[in-house]
Design a protein around this ligand. Structure first.
Ligand code: UN1
Length: 507
């Protein structure tokens, strides 16, 4: 695997020697082998990076936004050029199949293009004033350095969602990737540095040092970034457990937080559902990325009348899933990230059994071929009702199935978990579809009709409610999270009337 990774790096014009020295060893989940080692940051180097980001901010915020967008455009060009290689590196480091690795890089290209457009559209409001000769305006101003925390499962796209928008909005970025995927992060930083060099060739020192940096390490360096008052916004994507720690720490210093945390996403299959569409939608959602997306389908809520026709077909589809080396064409499910993750899957399946669940699949496979890697047969768990283990997010390919009788009950089940990220309904009944996406329907940030729960496009705001953290990244007006709002009342008259009609006459 090491040679493979080395070739991938070379094809991106990145010297593999950069990954041959350091105190953090990187292993590929494909075969457990060591693919590189990198140097971790210490307190002093994190502090220097934050100081540099802070001074970069003072310059970058004054660069016109469309010119800032030009840097993002150049980053998008690098990503487009190296899509296949970066996608393969993602696969080697986090184990998702190559198709999905490349898809993740495509998501980066897409958000760059979106952010370039946004850089010409950072717009506020004009508001009518109650006072003659006055007007009010709302401006969106650059915020300050943005700290990005990302997880192993989307090791590069989540950085791009944040960085593309943050840079266009006038903010430098500091990225703390998962300690399981530092190489993809450093490769992205190398591409970013190339984009900055190309930008400087046109615009000189408009792009200051410290615009983009990566900090490598464990929890301690993440905490240092989270606690530093110079980091104006902490955008953290990962587990609810992580968000529960990050949120209060940032709040304690009155910093801003954007949290995109766990999901426990359900698909409702209604009596009128087109099963030929529902089945591939369910399978991709549940087993894609080996069940390690925050949007993975974890629960299936099936109407009693279609249960007998759906479930056997689903099990048959599961039998055909090709599990194996994610770099090989045709593989649909790669390994889970590590042993801890596989153990978590086994524990969750045991818990479901003790709740009366009937488990199909779920065992370890390919252990002879890959003794140091963890490939799991995706599991289906049929349960008599929505049990305690169904209310937890286990980051593995487990699909729990329960029955329902009325749509109101199905929606109650769908909403009856602590997380609120993604949801969907398969129905051809327009009334049911509309009820599902109405105020009384799904309580999630994402509510889909006749598509699965995962694979959102970047154009929409991405994130969810409840324990998902409430933050929105990516499209729509999510850019506003990276800016500060300023209300400005301007008096162009020769009088000084006070608001609310207050008289304050000085003699
Ligand atoms: C994540 O798993 O953290 O909607 C992000 C999706 C992807 C993003 C997932 N576009 O599945």
């Amino acid at each position: 695997m090491k040679t493979r990774v080395s070739d991938i790096l070379k094809s991106m014009q990145i010297d593999p020697a950069q990954f041959s020295d350091g105190n953090l060893k990187v292993h590929s989940p494909i075969d457990g082998s060591e693919i590189g080692c990198v140097q971790m940051d210490d307190r002093a180097s994190v502090d220097t990076k934050i100081t540099n980001a802070q001074s970069a901010f003072l310059k970058w915020r004054a660069v016109p936004a469309p010119r800032r967008g030009e840097l993002v455009r150049l980053l998008g060009e690098e990503l487009r050029e190296h899509k296949d290689a970066l996608g393969a590196l993602v696969t080697a480091e986090c184990g998702k199949i190559l198709e999905e690795g490349k898809g993740e890089v495509q998501e980066m290209v897409d958000i760059c293009e979106f952010a370039v457009g946004i850089s010409r559209q950072l717009h506020g409001l004009t508001i009518a004033s109650e006072r003659p000769g006055h007007h009010m305006r709302e401006y969106w101003q650059p915020l300050g350095p943005v700290g990005i925390i990302s997880a192993f499962n989307f090791p590069v796209a989540v950085w791009a969602w944040n960085t593309a928008l943050a840079l266009a909005c006038g903010n430098p970025c500091i990225w703390k990737p998962s300690e399981k995927t530092p190489m993809t992060a450093l490769a992205c930083q190398a591409l970013m540095e190339r984009a900055i060099a190309n930008f400087r060739a046109k615009f000189g020192d408009d792009a200051p040092d410290g615009l983009s940096s990566v900090i490598i390490g464990m929890r301690d360096v993440g905490e240092q970034m989270v606690d530093d008052p110079r980091i104006a916004l902490v955008s953290a994507t990962g587990s609810t457990r992580m968000g529960r720690e990050v949120g209060p720490r940032v709040a304690a210093r009155f910093g801003k937080c954007l949290l995109e945390l766990g999901g426990n996403n359900a698909i409702i299959v209604a009596p009128s559902a087109d099963l030929d569409m529902a089945i591939p939608g369910i399978v991709f959602g549940a087993v894609g990325t080996a069940g390690q997306r925050c949007t993975s389908t974890r629960r299936l809520i099936v109407h009693s009348s279609v249960y007998a026709s759906l479930v056997p077909r689903l099990k048959k589809a599961y039998e055909g899933i090709r599990i194996g080396d994610p770099l090989v064409d045709g593989t649909l499910v790669g390994p889970v990230i590590d042993e801890t993750s596989f153990d978590g899957m086994e524990k969750a399946l045991d818990a479901a059994r003790s709740e009366g669940g009937v488990v199909t699949g779920g065992s370890r496979v390919l252990a002879d071929q890959y003794p140091d890697a963890y490939y799991a047969q995706p599991a289906i768990v049929e349960l008599p009702g929505q049990s305690a283990s169904m209310c937890e997010e286990t980051f593995a390919p487990i699909l729990y199935i329960v029955k329902y009788d009325t749509l109101d009950d199905a929606i109650t089940l769908q909403n009856g978990v602590p997380q609120g990220l993604s949801s969907s309904i398969f129905t051809t009944d327009v009334r049911e579809a509309e009820q599902f996406i109405s105020a009384g329907g799904s309580d999630c940030g994402i509510a889909n009709v006749n598509i699965g729960t995962s694979g959102a496009e970047i154009g929409g705001a991405f994130g969810g409610e409840k324990e998902t953290g409430g933050g929105r990244e990516s499209g729509s007006d999510a850019w506003r999270a990276y800016m500060r709002r300023q209300t400005s009342t301007v008096n162009y008259s020769r009088e000084l009337p006070l608001a609310q009609g207050i008289k304050f006459d000085l003699d």
